[in-house]
Design a protein around this ligand. Structure first.
Ligand code: BG6
Length: 490
């Protein structure tokens, strides 16, 4: 049974209220929480945007976003109307400074009322918005600010943003969101590791040969050219989502579920990542860009055609990373992410080592090492691949089978979107699934030298055909180590 944890009354202020993220993710997630009864009578959602739109127009925008992103069966007209009645809009130009007073006037005046300021805008506006909130006296002790990733575009710019935000908000009020941490399977990774005695004794390099983390997307830039071409896959995905997943696989068991207990352990992992710079960047990383595929009416454009100009931005990255500590020395972590890949799939693969000796005759067949697969999407599941005896009479034949735990099938409940959980964790004041300032800095400190090495050495950009698993150099990265990516059917 799903348990609804009540939250105190709040004003959820979404800067970038008519933007893509608000429409695609935030408004639908808030609606679902509303529909489950988590809004108190005085809780509201206040969209803030530069465009001069009335409250009614914004409610129409919100209604369209729900129609586009929530299945009809979940959209009871009465509930939708009640939700829209909680939605308001303020026109505010962050750069010219007009509109702060109007925002102050609509916010609930009760000091206990929680204020969440969600910055769903470009990171170069974070500083100005926080300063505006501070100057306008809108930040109460029960206020929180949510910062979307990527925070800056390197360590220096991230620290500059963090310093301005820290001038207005205390670290305990700052929520740096990485929506991968709100995904159900990621939560399950922690349950699996820390609520079962089974895995811990073998969760180390003595038993685990390597770890693979893949976040493959079938879409291209999806209309975000100006942002994406500036960022590229390394900043957009690896610096945050993939490194956070790596951390959760690699951390030591935290002493408690307190936010800092978990974040302290993640920080240690980030600090233990062996730096990749200079010549090592060519050896341990692959950068790629998708090329056009097909011809005529069935053709899919390549990255530069979509962009409309030449670009050397990577849309694919593969990295062989090492966590240089006692637990993980000798167990590489292979990371891979890309746009326009063969299919949309995100998974963590824990590949165990081969058995040391086989008692079986060669005729029993090949013994394939155990593999634990945690699939984040599209269909969330945990699979443990084991060897068993092929059923039936006759001689001993061995066969690999997955022990399957598909959450949708087993529990028959809708898997909540990551944002649903995270948006209300902010209201509850639970920072466990948000990144602390030092974590973000540590992640950039590992990423920056890779990017700088690419720039210095003119690291080649490998082309890959849209709809494939990326450049052949990524397959070679594995093959050099006599290993292969999980999707290759091995
Ligand atoms: C975002 C990236 O953080 O995550 C996007 O900016 C990417 O480029 C998206 O498409 C992927 O999220 P999900 O939840 O669809 O895997």
């Amino acid at each position: 049974m799903t348990r609804i944890i009540p939250v105190p009354p709040f004003d959820y202020v979404v800067f970038g209220g008519s933007g893509d993220l608000a429409k695609r993710k935030l408004l639908p997630a808030l609606f679902r929480r509303f529909a489950d009864g988590q809004f108190n009578d005085s809780s509201r959602v206040i969209g803030v945007s530069r465009t001069d739109i009335s409250r009614e127009d914004y409610r129409r925008i919100a209604a369209e976003s729900l129609s586009a992103h929530i299945p009809e069966a979940e959209r009871n007209a009465e509930v939708v109307n009640a939700f829209l009645a909680c939605v308001d809009h303020i026109t505010l130009d962050v750069t010219s400074g007009e509109g702060w007073e109007q925002l102050g006037a609509v916010l609930h005046s009760d000091a206990d009322h929680i204020r969440v300021f969600y910055l769903a805008v470009a990171p170069d506006l974070y500083g100005q918005i926080c300063l505006g909130l501070g100057r306008g006296g809108l930040v109460t002790p029960r206020s929180r600010v949510v910062l979307e990733k990527p925070l800056g575009y390197d360590l220096q710019s991230a620290e500059a943003i963090n310093a301005v935000v820290a001038g207005v908000f205390d670290e305990s009020q700052i929520y740096r969101i990485d929506h991968y941490l709100g995904k159900e399977t990621v939560q399950n990774l922690m349950a699996l590791r820390f609520a079962n005695a089974l895995f811990e004794p073998i969760w180390n390099s003595a038993h685990i040969d390597h770890v693979q983390i893949t976040v493959a997307e079938s879409i291209g830039m999806a209309g975000r050219a100006s942002y994406y071409d500036h960022a590229g896959a390394l900043r957009d995905m690896v610096q945050n989502h993939l490194l956070q997943l790596l951390c959760l696989v690699a951390i030591e068991p935290p002493a408690s579920s307190a936010a800092d207990a978990l974040r302290d352990e993640k920080l240690k992992v980030l600090h233990a990542l062996r730096p990749i710079e200079g010549e090592a960047a060519s050896r341990l990383t692959v950068r790629g860009q998708y090329r056009a595929v097909g011809a005529g009416s069935v053709s899919i454009p390549g990255y530069v055609e979509e962009l409309g100009r030449p670009s050397s931005t990577e849309t694919f990255v593969a990295i062989k990373a090492e966590v240089a500590n006692w637990r993980w020395a000798g167990t590489p972590f292979y990371l891979r992410t890309g746009k326009r890949m063969a299919k949309r799939v995100s998974e963590i693969v824990i590949q165990f080592r081969n058995i040391p000796h086989s008692m079986f005759e060669p005729s029993a067949g090949r013994i394939i090492a155990n593999r634990l697969v945690l699939r984040l999407q599209p269909d969330e599941a945990v699979q443990m691949f084991l060897m068993i005896k092929d059923p039936g009479p006759g001689g001993m034949r061995l066969r690999q089978v997955p022990l399957n735990l598909s959450f949708a099938e087993t529990f028959g409940v809708r898997q909540p979107d990551a944002y649903e959980r995270l948006l209300l964790d902010v209201v509850r004041g639970n920072q466990s699934l948000f990144m602390r300032r030092d974590e973000v800095a540590a992640a950039w400190s590992w990423i920056d030298p890779i990017r700088e090495s690419w720039e210095r050495s003119g690291e080649p950009l490998h082309g890959y055909i849209g709809g494939t698993w990326g450049p052949s150099a990524s397959i070679a990265l594995m093959e050099r180590d006599h290993r292969s990516w999980h999707d290759d059917g091995t």
